[in-house]
Ligand binder design. Sequence first.
Ligand code: SAM
Length: 419
Amino acid sequence: MSDEHHTWKIGSEPPIIRPHSLAKHRVLRAYLERYVATLTKNPRQDVFRLTLVDGFAGGGKYTDSRSGDERPGSPIIMLEAMERAAEIAQQTRSKPFNLDVNYIYIEKNPEALEHLRAVLNASKYAGLLGNQIRLLDGEFVALAPNIIKLVKGRGRAGRVIFVLDQCGYTDVPFPTLRSILHTLPNAEVILTFATDFLIDYLSEHAQTQRTAEKVGLSMPPSLIRTAKEARNWRRIIQFSLHEQIPHQTGAKFYTPFFIRSADSHRDFWLIHLSGHYRARDVMVGLHWEQSTDFAHYGRSGLNMLGYDERRDVNLTSQKMLPGFYFDDTAFASSHDALLDQLPEKLYDLSDGMPFGELFSALTNECPVTAEIMKNVLGDLSKEGIVEVRDKTATTTRRVGVQHDTDIIIPSRQKRLFLP
Ligand SMILES: C[S@@+](CC[C@H](N)C(=O)[O-])C[C@H]1O[C@@H](n2cnc3c(N)ncnc32)[C@H](O)[C@@H]1O
């Protein structure tokens, strides 16, 4: 399925990029830079090996209708982000640092692939084509097993990020993601999923069952029937998706962002899947930083992070709708909510739990970073509700959590007064 916004032809003007795609590109660029920065903190490390897979690469270039400027597509954004990440890593090192990245770009439309080749050939990255950059003509799912082998062949760490920007919701079945995440424990996935298209399509007919099965979802007719009887039926289906995605993909950590397109009035989800809580922390931290673009929906239940064109200050010059933004107000309300909720979560942990494990257990539920949670635990410790001790549990930390191994213990006296 491709549309006028994703149709490339050599010699024709590149397609117009829509604001929600620009927002998606901002997240991608920032995440890739942050990912490398996080994993290359140690200045003694002089090489970092990574594979970036763009499974739905497109033609490499767009036109911005507002300025008439050219805008890079995701394959070029990956190259630019890695160039910047290498510069940043070099700043803290005296010896040369080698950011050794292989790029695999897959595109099933031959005209789009040729357009991408031409864009790369005309760019400063032309010399990488055929060496570090491979262009593959075909469908992502069919090529996935070979890509897994290629990544495994590059070394034990198997660091790889799959950017899977499908147009609908059927081209990246969850069993394929499960096999990637299972075989490559350090793999991460950034997946586009056209939630509203799926919801519009759902019916009690047998074809829906076949499609859901292909995607790897369970959408029994009884669920669809019950959901459709409810006033907020879209929400019910979204909630079921929200619960099924980490389960069906086997991802330990999961962050869904919604992206609302003003012109199609349809929500997409940009889903981040990973095997480590720090990866999720980096993604959520990035949203706190880019506080103008993203909003978080719902304090409980379906905890969604999202982008809404109507709230994009770059377009509207003002925040139009009330909501949870990753700003000072959101910071204060998250802090207060956690101050309320954490003691209850900690109540049963009489032996305590290392901070890393605690954050890892709760992180999928809330849009806060490790820093915010440490802050709240610091306050709870000042109030005597919890104790923070070092990993041997012998030294009490008066200043709050210092390391992920520090142990959080609910204090005995205060436990008597908790519900
Ligand atoms: C949304 S566009 C990609 C945009 C690109 N990621 C970017 O941000 O610049 C999706 C692209 O995937 C291609 N495509 C569709 N189905 C595919 C499949 N099964 N495997 C690989 N490519 C596919 C389409 O031809 C289209 O160019």
